[in-house]
Design a protein around this ligand. Structure first.
Ligand SMILES: Nc1ncnc2c1ncn2[C@@H]1O[C@H](COP(=O)(O)OP(=O)(O)OP(=O)(O)O)[C@@H](O)[C@H]1O
Length: 206
């Protein structure tokens, strides 16, 4: 599913990362500063590796030898961050619709109705982000990512800004997304508990 062999450089940080993994849902673990976010950003096309290749689900996104560097907007990435990063001036419906801007023309895999149903956010559609709990905001952020019709979902510590109760609330939704959308997922986390409950395999960057 994931075939990554890259050299990363971020300022003075430099390391080789090699991940060859068949599992559909992979967790990336490891200490702070190990390069987890940099790997996600390299997959998303936001950080350019010095060299190497990134192949996901048979699709080559980057290959320095072959001169391939697919632009970010063509990579079909759904990215969910620590904080939901919703637009404060738009209601939930408006935030979800924004996800479609990034979508390619063509058949829609994830419709607004299906995403609202999947994430249980129908009652929130007219609310502004300021009136959502952290967990609700993350569900909307996941919905927005799905509406961009991604081929892969990237999660960068989606629980880490939430308190324990909200984490417990969000995990079943993440499991539902994992089981129902069947996309490749790369899930970065510091904590073993959510890794164990969400991922099929773990790759440790140390
Ligand atoms: N734009 C940048 N310029 C210089 N150095 C950077 C930049 N971005 C990241 N780094 C450095 O690259 C290294 C890896 O950072 P990265 O954020 O990928 O690690 P991480 O494993 O995700 O860490 P954390 O768990 O703390 O989020 C760190 O040493 C960081 O300081």
């Amino acid at each position: 599913m994931l075939d990554i062999d890259i050299r990363l450089r971020r300022g003075r940080f430099e390391r080789d990362v090699r991940i060859v993994e068949d599992a559909r849902v992979l967790a990336l673990a490891g200490p702070s500063g190990a390069g987890k976010t940099s790997v996600l950003n390299a997959i998303a096309g936001l950080v350019r590796p010095v060299s190497g290749r990134i192949v996901i689900d048979g699709r080559t996104l980057f290959d320095s030898t072959a001169g391939i560097d697919v632009p970010t907007h063509r990579r079909r990435i759904g990215y969910v961050f620590q904080d939901a990063r919703l637009f404060p001036h738009r209601d939930v419906r408006g935030n979800l619709r924004y996800g479609r801007h990034g979508a390619r023309r063509g058949p829609e895999t994830f419709s607004l109705e299906a995403v609202v149903e999947l994430l249980g956010i129908g009652a929130l559609l007219d609310r502004r982000p300021a009136n959502l709990s952290g967990g609700e905001a993350q569900r909307v952020a996941i919905g927005r990512a799905l509406l961009s019709q991604p081929a892969i979902l990237l999660f960068d510590e989606p629980l880490s800004a939430l308190d324990q109760a909200r984490r417990e609330e969000l995990i079943p939704w993440l499991q539902k997304v994992r089981d129902e959308v069947r996309l490749p997922m790369v899930y970065v986390s510091h904590t073993q508990d959510d890794v164990r409950r969400i991922a099929e395999a773990v790759h440790v960057l140390d």
